[in-house]
Write a protein that binds this ligand. Structure first.
Ligand code: PLP
Length: 388
């Protein structure tokens, strides 16, 4: 099936793109290609695969499928979302500068400030809530802009189209980390991004049992550079992980629909609850970027952040009271998870930066799962009632 065929529905692409029945046995689900090497009929004559670091059929199936869902020509899978960042950053040369949204994923911030800097690549972190803020931070040597939308954990929406136009007018590439939306709710390439990246670990795999990443692009030159780096740096996923992620991907559409309808219901409930100070969900009219979210996204996703009324003790009591909603980092799995950013995901951020970003002690981030919504509502209700 042609990955670029836009007339084919999302759910159909998620199931069929790259998924070619085994030609020898007819197996509808292609077997996992565990072999590290591939027979050549004569020296240099082969079926497209030589050695599994440079290319593997199970990985290729997954890369083809995600590319089809992002509306991209090329997909490249990596051992983690973080190794996608490392690989892209390695395509820059010493002396390059990049502009990043200020509340970028913590691991990305760490890579920019603690690793890339030693390779001579400098990053400036900018509040991009107003896209025009990118201008004063652009330099002669700015080669890349790195954006996430919605941001984490305060779920601000960045105007991807506006940032893309500015970056392109100044010869820089735009990378969008689309992990929080998944390709179901947002396609950054269609908004002008040059590369879209995902932590597959989250929604794409969706079952909290694989760590993996992917980059998708339409730009052949960018693809060739990244493919060269994928092979040279070697941070490739195993065939088994590619198989699991490919299986998870098949249900992405129905999972995302349920994540979002559950999240909307929970956000509305929390907003009406007197124990809650503030709810941050792009699907609520009270969200400051609600209109932009409606324009740029096809839905609002499964992440909800909120501020509980009370001090850290009350918040901890609330978290401890929860029965099904599990206290854990990460997101995007079928099960609901909740976490306290100031101590958990954003514990390494300095107190000053946490204050700037609005990561207060009472801010809780929830990855709403696909359980029955009544059970999630009941769990939150009893935990809030008993937190005093
Ligand atoms: C988890 C995450 C990453 C890092 O991905 P890993 O697979 O954990 O390496 C990058 N960006 C975002 C937005 C994430 O949530």
């Amino acid at each position: 099936m042609s990955p670029s065929n836009d007339n084919i529905g999302f759910g159909t692409r998620a199931i069929h793109a790259g998924q070619i029945p085994d030609p020898t046995t007819g197996a509808v689900i292609p077997p996992v290609s565990l072999s590290t090497t591939f027979k050549q009929t004569a020296a240099g004559v082969h079926s497209g695969y030589e050695y599994s670091r440079s290319g593997n059929p199970t990985r290729h199936n997954f890369e083809t499928a995600v590319a089809a869902l992002e509306g991209g020509k090329y997909g490249l899978a990596f051992a983690s979302g973080s190794s996608v960042t490392a690989t892209i950053l390695n395509t820059l040369h010493s002396g390059a500068h990049l502009v990043s949204v200020n509340d970028v994923y913590g691991g990305t911030y760490r890579y920019f400030t603690k690793v890339a800097v030693h390779n001579g690549v400098e990053a400036t972190f900018v509040d991009l809530n107003d896209a025009a803020n990118v201008k004063p931070h652009f330099k002669e040597n700015t080669k890349l802009v790195w954006v996430e939308s919605p941001t984490n954990p305060t779920l601000r929406i960045i105007d991807i189209r506006a940032i893309a136009d500015y970056a392109h007018a100044h010869d820089a590439l735009l990378v969008v980390d689309n992990t929080f939306m998944s390709p179901y709710f947002q396609n950054p390439l269609s908004l002008g991004a040059d590369i879209v990246v995902h932590s597959v670990t989250k929604y794409i795999n969706g079952h909290s049992d694989v760590v993996m990443g992917i980059a998708v692009t339409n730009d052949q030159a960018v693809y060739e550079k990244l493919q060269f780096m994928q092979n040279s740096m070697g941070a490739v996923p195993s065939a088994m992980d590619c198989f699991l992620a490919r299986r998870g991907l098949m249900t992405l559409e129905v999972r995302m629909q349920r994540h979002a309808s559950n999240a909307q219901a929970l956000a509305e409930y929390l907003e009406s609850n007197s124990n809650i100070e503030q709810v941050i969900y792009p699907g609520l009219p009270s969200h400051p970027n609600h209109e932009l979210a409606k324009k740029q996204q096809r839905g609002f996703g499964g992440m909800v952040s909120f501020r509980v009324k009370g001090n850290l003790d009350n918040v901890n009591k609330f978290l401890g009271n929860l029965k099904y909603i599990t206290l854990a980092e990460s997101l995007g799995g079928v099960e609901s998870l909740i976490e306290l950013p100031c101590i958990m995901t954003h514990g390494a951020v300095s107190p000053e930066d946490r204050a700037t970003l609005g990561i207060t002690e009472n801010l809780v981030r929830m990855s709403v799962g696909i359980e029955n919504v009544e059970d999630l509502l009941a769990d939150l209700k009893q935990a809030l009632e008993n937190m005093a």
